[in-house]
Design a protein around this ligand. Structure first.
Ligand SMILES: NC(=O)c1ccc[n+]([C@@H]2O[C@H](COP(=O)([O-])OP(=O)(O)OC[C@H]3O[C@@H](n4cnc5c(N)ncnc54)[C@H](OP(=O)(O)O)[C@@H]3O)[C@@H](O)[C@H]2O)c1
Length: 335
């Protein structure tokens, strides 16, 4: 593999920090690294491959001469910098939701639709974290018989809201332990010892934007434009790794045994039937790794063509940073 010049846009964030770790872990040959963030972080240092790099403020001039830009900023910032990245000729692999539904932007999970990445015109979108984890869990089943619809409930870790989400749970737990009233800043209600059944902004149909991503993005990734998803997204007081309960209906009946075999054989997925005396994963089991763990695969008692399952996956890794670096690796290996 040749050596690459790579920028991480948002290198101080939860996803950006993990990208640096994963570029190193995956041994991507990097001849130049540009860690970029806001003016607030400019001048601070990050370590990569044992060397210190100075964080630079991202500007329109930050992208000249690069091969890849890994995006780990919010959608508005992503839109703000995308024209300059495009102009530089670098391929932009973006973690925000800014471009995920644009027809000329491939939306890619390498194990599911990796070939779509090669049709890029300069931007490739990384799907929503819950969408990646849930689709990794069901993609093997979908290859036996296409999925017509899914009813999904997510249990999302606070780190899904970035560094501020992590700080909020830590501070609230410390306040409660000290007998003090926890301060509520990032989430709409106290998250310590609580759950919040509303993530992201309203979509306009009584669902939230986060909930509609599973259907809108799932259609593109699975190449199933008629897929229907009813999703409820819930924030839970877990630091890292999202958990998701999925009930799905396939076009033809898939038996539990067929489903288990398909899940076990799917790359990047681990079937759990017996693990530490349990038949299911928990978010602590799956944190800090790329595998999505799937357990409790069973028949749906309300639908002859239905199956129900439980899955957990690290949303900062496979749900964001690892998936993006895997896309980069896919393009690099093909070049
Ligand atoms: N967290 C997850 O689990 C997850 C999963 C999937 C996708 N995502 C998506 O990934 C993106 C990053 O999320 P995150 O959780 O890592 O957020 P985060 O921890 O809040 O980090 C945000 C990053 O954006 C940078 N930034 C803010 N304003 C900027 C500006 N004007 N110019 C350049 N950089 C700027 C911040 O730099 P400063 O430190 O200098 O402010 C920081 O590096 C978001 O689009 C999010 O939706 C997150």
């Amino acid at each position: 593999m040749k050596e690459y010049k790579i920028a991480v846009l948002g290198a101080t964030g939860a996803v950006g920090q993990e990208m640096l770790k994963i570029l190193e872990e995956y041994k991507i040959p990097v001849s130049e690294l540009r860690p970029l963030a806001s003016a607030r972080s400019a001048g601070a240092a990050v370590t990569f491959q044992g060397r210190e790099y100075v964080l630079q403020e991202a500007t329109d001039d930050s992208f000249e001469g690069l091969d890849f830009v890994l995006g780990a900023v919010e959608g508005d910032m992503s839109r703000r910098f995308a024209p300059a990245i495009k102009k530089s000729g670098a391929v932009y692999i973006d973690n925000s939701s800014a471009f995920r539904l644009e027809p000329d932007v491939p939306l890619v999970v390498p194990e599911i639709n990796g070939e779509d990445a090669f049709a890029n015109q300069g931007i490739i979108a990384n799907p929503n974290c819950c969408t990646i984890i849930a689709l990794m869990a069901v993609a093997g089943i979908a290859r036996i018989s296409p999925i017509e619809n899914m009813v999904v409930c997510t249990y999302q870790a606070v780190s899904g809201a970035g560094q501020n989400g992590i700080k909020e749970l830590e501070q609230q737990m410390n306040a409660l332990a000290a007998g003090e009233q926890p301060e509520v800043k990032t989430f709409a209600a106290q998250i310590a010892l609580n759950v919040i059944p509303f993530i992201d902004a309203p979509y306009g149909n009584d669902y939230t934007k986060e909930e509609m991503k599973m259907q809108n993005e799932g259609r593109r990734i699975l190449h199933e434009p008629e897929l229907k998803v009813n999703c409820t997204c819930v924030r839970v007081p877990v630091m890292r790794s999202h958990s998701i309960a999925v009930t799905l209906r396939t076009r033809e009946k898939v038996s539990v045994e067929e489903a288990k075999a398909a899940v076990a054989a799917f790359p990047g997925v681990r079937l759990i039937e017996e693990y530490k005396g349990r038949c299911y994963p928990t978010p602590l089991d799956t944190s800090d790794q790329d595998l999505v763990w799937v357990g409790r695969i069973r028949d749906d008692l309300t639908d002859d063509r239905g199956l129900t399952l439980w899955c957990c996956g690290d949303q900062i890794r496979k749900g964001a940073a690892s998936n993006a670096v895997q896309i980069l690796k896919l393009l690099a290996e093909k070049a």
